[in-house]
Design a protein around this ligand. Structure first.
Ligand SMILES: [Zn+2]
Length: 397
């Protein structure tokens, strides 16, 4: 990591990070968005509001909720808090085909006292989808994972007749990842990136995440997604300490995020080679904005953790699980992965709908990051030929 890199004076985002410009005070766009959004935030006042969401209309106990469980600290802490509030839950784990042994160990520690299900789009479908993505030069592994996890959560909620899905993440504690890094819930992009060049994986298990289906479930069936960290304090160090003491939870990542996915480090490295910046820089920046790290602590962590060298173990795991060779991945390792500008996508449609996303966010149905992510972008037109169109610059007001 070059020391000459210009960074935001508040967080650690470097110049060149997609969607970030620095103002005259040297503060980045994402810090300004955060400042505007959360300046009046008072987490402790909202715990009752969260609990009351689940209270039955007749006052007789609580409605059941689904809670996502990855084995990481946020999801485990969410289950801990739901138990503390006395709200009944079904925990579910989305197996993306790359779930780590450490994640499974932590899940086992929690599910002994819980109703729990593993959900998945299926091992073979996962394998075909990830193989096709990589073969087509796209390394956005987190997209099928996010889409599959949402689709399968919706399906489980329907089967179990549950009206709430609770997650241990929120726009306050998670980065608003720009489109160059993640296009979650853009099913058109995923389908085109997977099916280019004749691959025909079965995408039906992902169908619930399609735009119309998601709107149907949200507005007609009134399925509500709730982000617990929007309601209560969320200090990662304290959470880790509590989980270790009370549950024997183990931080298999030793402070590094996403140890639950063995592909994560390789995918982050593909991005680092392509953009010269990583998801890690934005995650650490969010922690600075939330007051969980000082800027100098974040800079130290970044120097220690940013994946600037090929993470061989994670790349080997991808090759082994998908039956690919290192040569198959060579373009990605060299930094020439494709993104949404080289495939058909809903990016322009979602941009046009950003006002609707603002409305659905205000009504409490969608996350604010969906709105922020699209309103701040201009888009290159969908590629009509095999030639990659020139990327248009991201425009930030
Ligand atoms: Zn910043």
């Amino acid at each position: 990591m070059g020391e000459s890199v210009q960074r935001c004076v508040r967080c650690v985002l470097p110049e060149g990070y997609p969607g970030a410009t620095f103002d005259s005070e040297g503060v980045c766009t994402y810090c300004r968005i955060f400042e505007n959004r959360w300046k009046d935030y008072r987490p402790r006042n909202r715990e009752d509001e969260f609990i009351n969401l689940f209270r039955r209309a007749d006052g007789n106990g609580f409605q059941k909720a689904l809670v996502g469980l990855s084995g990481g600290k946020d999801s485990c802490y969410t289950l801990h808090m739901m138990a503390k509030y006395g709200i009944p839950v079904i925990a579910y784990t989305y197996d993306n085909g790359f779930l780590s042994e450490g994640a499974r160990d932590n899940i086992d520690r929690f599910v002994q006292r819980l109703e729990h299900r593993y959900v998945s789009v299926g091992d073979e479908v996962n394998r075909q989808v990830y193989r096709a993505l990589l073969k087509n030069g796209c390394s956005d592994f987190c997209m099928p994972c996010a889409n599959g996890a949402l689709a399968q959560a919706f399906e489980l909620a329907r089967k179990e007749n549950v009206g709430f899905i609770v997650w241990g993440l929120s726009p306050r504690t998670e980065p608003i990842l720009p489109l160059e890094m993640l296009n979650a819930y853009d099913f058109r992009f995923m389908a085109d990136a997977v099916r280019s060049n004749g691959a025909t994986p079965n995408l039906r298990p992902f169908a619930n995440c399609g735009l119309m289906k998601a709107f149907y479930l949200t507005f007609i069936k009134r399925l509500r997604i709730v982000f617990l960290p929007e309601y209560i304090e969320w200090n990662e160090d304290e959470i880790c300490r509590l989980l270790q003491e009370e549950y024997g939870w183990v931080d298999y990542g030793k402070g590094k995020p996403h140890f639950d996915c063995v592909a994560n480090r390789a995918v982050d490295y593909f991005m680092y080679r392509r953009l010269g910046v990583s998801k890690g820089a934005e995650k650490l920046s969010v922690m600075v904005r939330c007051g969980q790290l000082s800027r100098s602590e974040a800079l130290e962590a970044l120097a220690r953790e940013e994946i600037t060298e090929e993470p061989r173990e994670s790349v080997d795991a991808i090759c082994e699980r998908l039956g690919l060779t290192r040569d198959d991945l060579a373009p990605l390792l060299e930094g020439s992965a494709k993104d949404y500008t080289q495939f058909r996508s809903y990016a322009s449609l979602f941009r046009a709908l950003s006002g609707v996303f603002w409305l659905t966010f205000k009504m409490g149905f969608t996350s604010e990051s969906l709105y922020q992510k699209y309103r701040r972008h201009t888009f290159a037109p969908p590629a009509e030929t095999a030639e990659a169109p020139e990327r248009q610059p991201t425009v930030v007001p």
